[in-house]
Design a protein around this ligand. Sequence first.
Ligand code: CP
Length: 314
Amino acid sequence: MKPRKDLLDIQSLTDEEIEFVLSNAIPFKNLFKRSVKKVPTLRGSTVLTLFYEPSTRTRSSFEIAATRLSADVTNFSVNTSAVVKGESVLDTIATLEAMRTDYIVVRHGSTAIPNLIAKNTTASVINAGDGFHAHPTQALLDAFTLREVFGGDVRGSRIAFVGDIQHSRVARSTNLLCRRMGMSTSMLAPGSLIPRDMPPEIAVFQNWDQLHDWKPDVIYLLRVQMERLNVPFFPSIGEYHSIYGLTDERLKRVRDEGIYVMHPGPVNRGVELTDSVMNYERSLIDQQVENGIAVRMSVLYWLKPGSSIEEAKS
Ligand code: CP
């Protein structure tokens, strides 16, 4: 396997690389049961988190992952940095480059900013979410969780994405990885929240009855991304919840059919789900969060920072 500097999306990964990250996450997860959860793997390395958009799970998960690998972690606080005085992303990166950071974990509202940064730094750049485009570590932790649930082999299993697919980098990355791993995928959402470029082989449903007829093993709920809806994509939140939400009534059928429920977080209670979904015995939401740390440890272990800007640009 060739060394890789950056993790920017799922498309560019080889099957061997995906397998490497997922299989190496297992021993990292086993560490969590020990009283000392730290290993010296990245001692002397520095990891910088650079989030231009809010995050709870991804940022703290990377911080914990890097700390458990004995790396030093710095949070670059965009809101209190010279960014608010108009400093550009590239000028910020030039400054960080001079500080000899080994890994930069970046989230940005614009697609391809992580790619731009990766070409201008020797540090390994990890895309922690860019616009609607990609969230590769979320997809990898979802794949790891699905492999745990289905005994290591997810081929032939069926996963249905429900909610705001149009604005979801998670849906794009996780759907892609699930299909590469041999799962069937489908979607349920208002027509206005289904991307126009959806591959024709992905089933798109109008309602929950059609979704149940497809016999999914997993329902993957997605948050309605209000902050990205500059025009109304559906009449009201109440109407959205009653037609597309996982309500208490729908949860009864989901439970009867033994379907697992996933969600990348943050959840909007009363919109895509109700409180009772959070306590559902086949909800994998907490397992996804825990697995995020192990998978991100594996990603940091796998990537190799570059030696020169020329190499980064090539
Ligand atoms: N899943 C996810 O990206 O969550 P955060 O926005 O809290 O990082």
